[in-house]
Design a protein. Sequence first.
Length: 425
Amino acid sequence: MKTGFFQGKAIPFLLLALAAGCGGKDSSPLDLGERQGGVVSADFQTLDDYLDHPTVQMLLDNMPSHTGNSPPEIAGTYDAFGGVIDSTIPGSEIGDSMASYFCFGLGSEGALEVRVIDPTVDDSWARSFIEGSGDQFTVYTAFRSVQEHPDGGHCEITKVNVFSGTRESDGSLSDLHIGCGIVGLIGGCGPLRIDQAKISRLAGTLVGGACSSTPQGPENGNKVQLVIENFLLDSVNIYTNSNPAAVASATVGALGTVSLELDPGFSLDFESARPSAGVDASGNEVLVGEVVAGSFGQDTTAAGETVTYILENVVGQDVFFAPRLVNSSSSEIYAIVNSGIPALDFYPYNETVPGSGLDCLCAMPPNTDPYFIGYYSYDSPGYISPAEANVRVFDAADDQELTAPFAGPFALENGSGGVLLEITD
């Protein structure tokens, strides 16, 4: 079986290293210094393999954990956000915003499938385990993340993740702590060191179904199995017929995966669906943000084999970002994105508020959950640079700007391009 992966152009290495699940301050209780050697994810095959490892013990000494042999059923895909509460990883500080995407499978005798949804994660050789009782749980998993350097080098990082929290009746996860520790390094990994770690406290929203293993090859040997992994925060329409009038062959949800069986030689195009801001006075649906779209051309995978395509916020030379606004103010707000940047020709922008730029003219009341207002250009040659990207926030009642503009460059989440922005009074 052949598996091919498509990803866009590389983004700066340190950003990748922080975005893939781990991220420092001096004099932290997590800081044990550098330990020579290291392990690989395949070394974690039993619960004791985790509990006996010093990095896991370091994490458990600094975050809640729940033991027991009757944990809750937590199968599902989760979008979690919150903040860093301790870190020794360079570039990460206490108080930094933190987002994490992951899924849990169905538990069986203490074992379950766990997937950290990140395009740099390239193996699942570890076994994952769950403990707990009642509504409280602790999950242990390990994985390898491969970070590519723009110059062609790379860093392979083996990490352990410990998830501890409470499952609520609506399926969400509260008081969720995620501890991430580096347990192995290979290659040019810059300032990263074994035993560096980060602990974050988040809240997790259930956004999809349980993890499930991808079938190994097509059932029909005359077909190609196409697996599409969507790392975008928006659902994406998939087209496998180059005819412009063709209907979508499939839709893959935000942070979701879909598997299709197709005739060899298919072509693949995609475009994001864009979030809805409701309907206008004429009853037409109003979609916000730009379309993230691309074409892979004709596939050359042979019949009987599998090919995987990854959809992310980098398409060719263009990078997109997704502002996620947390409205912690007392006002209803709206936002303008990329003020001062001429709108793309294909985008029907009609300026009705101060400034210029693409906008979400949708009211966003105070809420502890972040609002997703679509994707916008972040780095596109001849159009916009990261330093020009911005988000402006206005009071919906009087059009007064509530805070200084959020100005790029931003630390974008790997794969999704998301960036958390909090608005306060």
